[in-house]
Each structure stands twice: as structure tokens, then as C-alpha cells.
Design a protein around this ligand. Structure first.
Ligand code: TTP
Ligand code: MG
Length: 389
């Protein structure tokens, strides 16, 4: 098989770097980008501020305590999106296969491109130079045979990083790294692995497939292959995404419509949260219901303008649900918001309703701080049989 070369590119301290570029008085200073209110959280911090322990998602108050001399700046998302587009334009000159992961981060498949350059190693260097010249910003890049290794390589080099991992170096590159670097290894799995005596990726490399399968189910494959730096996932160029949805299959059918509504609220909250995180909203809401055994139906409603608030999504989904036969047992529920468009700020059908916007903003901040699962409106109780995600 032909050699694959995947590049991961991620801008350094993106929002803070844009502000420092645009306002020379901020250069070299501890800049902290965060919401307006004292109850807000930090979006990001310049590397000067990180020396004081300021990090993304930290409450502003905590950042203030750690870095009282910090310069706090309110984020200007619309502006960052514009800069992001400019960077994406540059990416397109280097590869046709670009997968944007967020506003400042992308995978690019540059396999075979070495024919256009003196060597493949020139590509990240030239890309960084073009970004620096044309935007005045610094990117970190990692080049490796696959996504997993490329992402770690760009992370490890930060700031102003450029790390190339040759195929024959993959095993030794990964070996000393903490096993938490493996995708899908959360806190719980890491704890179990530590108890079993594993601490680095190298420790897992030494384990046999059978041994890992003794302790883990589906995760064993991931541990086995990723620890060896084997990852065949393709770079998936972004077709403009048309919808964002979430569905759950229940191991025991839902028999109670109230319980089903609670689930719909949970799914609406998750979809709303993801929409708001990526700054998009959509005008079509779709409810999907699968009844036991295998009858699936979808019902949609399209609004005149796009929405992204949990309440708006949930109210529509509930009203679609109420029109269905509520006596049947339910095996799967799904909520999707479609006809997506990017927007720079929050839009709302309840534009006048400041309270809804405020509450959403506060909850989003808490989610950023404590993780997505921690809170939801109206005390939604996840049914006992809801599968772990
Ligand atoms: P990141 O790439 O995670 O962070 P960064 O670019 O600020 O710093 P670095 O990559 O050098 O570690 O995120 C990109 C931008 O996304 C970031 O500048 C601000 C925003 N962001 C938030 O608003 N909240 C968050 O919790 C995170 C992680 C990022
Ligand atoms: Mg970044």
C-alpha cells in the first residue's frame, strides 16, 4: 500500500493570538479571552497567561485569582470565524482533502504531495510560513502516517511546533507517552489501566491482544491498535454538514411516554449544546422514533428562521411526539436539527426572552466547566437502561 501522510494543524492560542495580532499593546502580555460576566469561563489564554495556570474552560474568577495582572478580553466570535476562513483558504492550496475539526484545527491528507515538493517534510513548514505571512498567526503542525499520530505530534510541538513522525519511528514516538493520550481512554478506563499496571502507551504496546480483551470489550481493539500507532481512519473532507443529530437505542424499550419525553429533552439539550458550541443553528427539527420491533418513523417541522436553544428544539420535538401513538413501546429516539447555517452569535425564536438566553448561556458555561453530562434543565433523569455513550 502506498505510504499515507496525514497532517494535523492547530493554531496556537487562537482567539488570544488574533487579539494580540490586532492590538499590539497586548503582545507579550497575559491575555485571557472570556465572557463578559464574572461567572463566565475562559475561552482561551495567551501562552503568557498559561504560565500562571490559566486554561480554557476555567471560571473567570479562578483565572483572575491565578493571574491578577491578566488582560481580560471579551471574545469576538464573528471575527475569529473570518480569520478561520482565511486560514482554510491557505489549507486548500496544500491539499484537496481537508477535514476541519474546529475553528482552528484541521486534518489534511497530503499523501503523494511530496512529488510537488522536495520532500513531504517541506509541506508543514511551507504551510506554517504561509499562515504566518498572510495572517500574522502561528500554527503548530504534526505530520505522520495517520490521524492519531499526527494529532499528537502537533500537540507535543506546541507552541510554534513542527513535528514529523516517520513510519518507522511511530512505535518509539508513542511509547513514552501517557496512556491518556489514546483516544477513547477517559478517566475511568485510565484508572483501570493504571490499576492493571499500565501507565504509558509503551506498556500497552507490550500487552497481547488477548490480554487486553480479558479486561476490555470494544475498547481493547482501540487500545491494541492505537498504542501501536495503527489508525486507518480517512481524512473526511467537510461536505458542508447539513444536519446535527443525536439518537439513542434503548436496551429495554421505553414504555412510559413521560420517560420518553424526558429522553427527548435530554437529546434536545445535547443537540442544542453541540450546535451552540460550533456556532451554528438550523431551521428544521426532526424527531425519529423506532417502535419495537422495527418500525421507524420521522416527523419534521421547519421554522422560518434557524434555532439552537434547547427549549426551542425540545418544544418542537415534544409537539411532534404528541401527535404520534404514545402507547407503543419505544426502542429508539432521535432528535436532529437540519438546514444548518453558521452564525456568529446566538439566535433565538424567543429573541425577546432574555431569561432563556441567559439561562442557556449559564448552563453552557457550566457544561464547559464540568463536562456535558453534569447538568440539564428540569432535572432530567436518565433512564436506568440508557446506554453509556
Ligand atoms: P484550542 O485549539 O483548543 O486552543 P487554542 O488554540 O486557544 O490554544 P492551543 O491550540 O495553542 O492549545 O481551541 C481553539 C479556540 O477555541 C480557542 O482559541 C478558543 C476556543 N475555545 C473555547 O472557546 N473554549 C474551550 O474550552 C476551548 C478548548 C477552546
Ligand atoms: Mg489551537
Amino acid at each position: 500500500m502506498a505510504e499515507r501522510w496525514i497532517m494535523h494543524v492547530d493554531m496556537d492560542a487562537f482567539y488570544a493570538a488574533v487579539e494580540q495580532r490586532d492590538r499590539p499593546e497586548l503582545r507579550g502580555k497575559p491575555v485571557i479571552i472570556g465572557g463578559l460576566s464574572q461567572r463566565g469561563v475562559v475561552s482561551t489564554a495567551s501562552y503568557e497567561a498559561r504560565k500562571f495556570g490559566v486554561r480554557s474552560a476555567m471560571p473567570i474568577n479562578e483565572a483572575l485569582r491565578r493571574c491578577p495582572q491578566g488582560i481580560f478580553v471579551v471574545p469576538n466570535h464573528a471575527h475569529y470565524v473570518k480569520v478561520s476562513r482565511q486560514i482554510q483558504e491557505i489549507f486548500h492550496d496544500f491539499s484537496p482533502a481537508i477535514e476541519m475539526l474546529s475553528v482552528d484545527e484541521a486534518f489534511m491528507d497530503v499523501s503523494g504531495m511530496e512529488k510537488l515538493y522536495r520532500s513531504v517534510a517541506q509541506i508543514p513548514w511551507l504551510l506554517k510560513e504561509r499562515i504566518r505571512k498572510e495572517t500574522g498567526l502561528i500554527a503548530s503542525a504534526g505530520l505522520a502516517p495517520n490521524k492519531f499520530v499526527a494529532k499528537i505530534a502537533s500537540d507535543l510541538g506546541k507552541p510554534d511546533g513542527l513535528l514529523i513522525v516517520q513510519p518507522k519511528e511511530v512505535l518509539s514516538f508513542l511509547a513514552p507517552l501517557p496512556l491518556e493520550r489514546i483516544w477513547g481512554v477517559g478517566k475511568k478506563t485510565a484508572e483501570i489501566l493504571h490499576e492493571l499496571g499500565f501507565s504509558t502507551i509503551g506498556d500497552i504496546q507490550k500487552a497481547s491482544y488477548e490480554e487486553l480483551h480479558k479486561y476490555f470489550d470494544s475498547l481493547a481493539d482501540r487500545l491494541y491498535y492505537l498504542s501501536r500507532g495503527e489508525d486507518d481512519r480517512l481524512v473526511e473532507p467537510d461536505l458542508v454538514r447539513k444536519s446535527l443529530g443525536k439518537e439513542t437505542t434503548y436496551s429495554e424499550d421505553l414504555m412510559d411516554p413521560i420517560e420518553a419525553e424526558r429522553e427527548l429533552l435530554r437529546l434536545s439539550q445535547e443537540v442544542g449544546w453541540r450546535l451552540r458550541r460550533e456556532g451554528s443553528s438550523g431551521s428544521t427539527v426532526t424527531l425519529k422514533v423506532r417502535y419495537a420491533p422495527f418500525v421507524t418513523i420521522s416527523r419534521s417541522h421547519t421554522f422560518a428562521s434557524p434555532i439552537s436553544l434547547d427549549e426551542e428544539i425540545f418544544e418542537e420535538v415534544r409537539s411532534l411526539f404528541c401527535k404520534l401513538d404514545r402507547k407503543k413501546d419505544i426502542r429508539l429516539l432521535g432528535v436532529t436539527v437540519g438546514n444548518l447555517e453558521e452564525n456568529s452569535g446566538q439566535r433565538s425564536l424567543f429573541q425577546e426572552d432574555e431569561a432563556v438566553m441567559k439561562r442557556t448561556e449559564t448552563l453552557d458555561h457550566l457544561k464547559l466547566k464540568f463536562g456535558e453530562g453534569i447538568i440539564s434543565r428540569g432535572g432530567v433523569i436518565t433512564p436506568k437502561n440508557a446506554p453509556e455513550e
